[in-house]
Design a protein around this ligand. Structure first.
Ligand code: FAD
Length: 417
């Protein structure tokens, strides 16, 4: 069958790969000049099922109120901002903050994230793909004893659901990652997930696109989709600045921009962009940068060593479809990184970047069929799109090929909204 994938981010390209492996003829369209040029460009680099706890959980509303008005808060939003899409999304988000829903959403995210991590390992073994990856686990560090205790409870639940995790004392955390020595006396404890990984999502996506091309996948870049041709419950083709493209099956993997095109078909996707920032610094031979990927819970920041670079990423700003890089926020991120790893690398020449996470109100991506017979969704991966990309691409290819999926698909589709 001829399958057209809309979007060449990490999610679109992994989907194209598994479709090509399943024997389909695949075309990928993207408005950029190459793969992974938008949100998949400079993310935190973590392949982290350990972050499956949804943003919407019982602790978030109180924390969000404390953060209101603080420009350096990990989550930035303004109550006086009139944006109907944000308010509609926000109400759904609040409904997901009950203990029962948070637990249900954690299980759904962890289901796809753990599966995805295995798919990534298998893909690596099959192709030999290389993307500055490290399989050294992720160390989550906590300064506040109460937050650490809460995290241990959530992590016990994740452990029941299949995620291997180890509780560490501050001294053990420093033994595991000596670059933390500067903050050793501030730590309350740490949680280590040895099976988690890190790597450069942009490099991975570019390399995988090349493997796709060797399987005759056609990539059409600088191709902006502006319309969808639809008749009698079926999609016929997509309209672009470079003419119309037809196919038998279509997959929408447009990240934060999926709702805009889906609306043409009467599909309402509850995805809102959460802008985040990253800084990437060069690490010299005498620097002391972490090699184990780190999550700093207090500042909601992540650190990944990518070859001789250190990627520092964080913040979430709910301010619409606007990728503008606000220097003061990016600099705040650099300062936090410097406080944690004073000898972490060349901070003065850090490369700054901002991107839009496609976030759903329950933090679970939207995967699978729609009411349009031949349109499938692979979108809304929020904070964990790199982590969940291979598993999401694989299940989409299985669904399209009419094969049973390796994991249950209940609760992952659009019908849950
Ligand atoms: C600061 C930050 C840190 C992050 N850290 C991590 C992390 O450590 N681990 C993790 O798992 N995830 C992380 N994420 C999340 C992850 O990066 C995203 O979930 C993921 O990149 C989403 O991939 P995607 O392919 O869905 O979207 P994108 O990468 O945005 O791809 C969508 C593609 O669609 C194209 N497109 C859009 N509209 C059109 C159109 N009309 N016509 C043609 N093409 C179009 C775009 O050009 C783009 O290439 C982070 C995100 C941010 C912002």
């Amino acid at each position: 069958m001829k399958v057209l994938v809309m979007g060449a981010g990490v999610v679109g390209v992994t989907t194209a790969w598994y479709l090509a492996e399943s024997g389909h003829e695949v075309v990928v369209l993207d408005r950029q000049t190459g793969p992974a040029m938008e949100t998949s460009f400079a993310n935190g680099g973590q392949v982290s099922p350990c972050h499956a706890e949804p943003w919407a959980n019982p602790n978030t509303p109180a924390k969000a109120l404390q953060w209101l008005g603080r420009e350096d808060a990990p989550l930035i939003f303004r109550l006086n901002r009139w944006d109907p899409a944000l308010w509609a999304w926000g109400l759904r988000f609040l409904r997901n903050c009950t203990p029962e829903r948070a637990k249900r959403n954690l299980e759904r995210t962890l289901r796809i994230a753990l599966y995805s991590r295995e798919c990534l390992k298998a893909l690596r073994a099959r192709t030999g793909i290389s993307y500055d990856q490290k399989s050294l686990g992720i160390l989550h560090v906590y300064r506040d004893p109460q937050t650490f205790q809460q995290a241990c409870k959530i992590s016990a639940l994740m452990s029941q659901l299949g995620l291997e995790r180890q509780i560490k004392t501050p001294a053990e955390a420093i033994t595991l990652e000596p670059a933390l020595q500067n903050v050793g006396d501030q730590l309350a404890g740490a949680i280590f997930t040895p099976g988690d990984e890190s790597g450069d999502a942009h490099l991975f996506t570019r390399q995988l696109a090349q493997f796709c091309q060797s399987k005759d996948v056609s990539f059409q870049f600088q191709t902006r989709i502006h319309g969808l041709d639809y008749e009698k419950g079926r999609l016929l083709g997509v309209a672009t600045n470079r003419g119309r493209f037809r196919a038998d099956i279509f997959v929408m993997a447009l990240g934060s921009f999926s709702p805009h095109l889906a609306r043409h078909l009467g599909l309402r996707l509850p995805i809102y962009p959460a802008k985040g920032y990253s800084a990437t610094l060069n690490v010299g031979p005498t620097d002391l940068a972490p090699t184990v990927s780190i999550t700093d819970d207090e500042h909601k920041m992540v650190y990944s060593r990518l070859g001789n670079r250190l990627r520092c990423a964080g913040t979430a700003e709910l301010a619409g479809w606007n990728e503008h890089l606000v220097e003061s926020r990016a600099n705040a991120l650099v300062n936090r990184a410097k406080a944690l790893f004073p000898r972490g690398g060349n901070f003065t020449e850090a490369e700054l970047w901002a991107g839009l996470r496609p976030v759903t109100p329950d933090s679970v991506p939207i995967l699978g069929k729609t009411k349009i017979d031949n349109l499938f969704l692979n979108t809304g991966h929020g904070t964990l799109g790199w982590t969940m990309s291979c598993g999401s691409g694989r299940v989409l290819a299985d669904l399209i090929s009419g094969r049973p999926t390796d994991i249950g698909m209940d609760g992952l589709g659009l019908e849950r909204f």
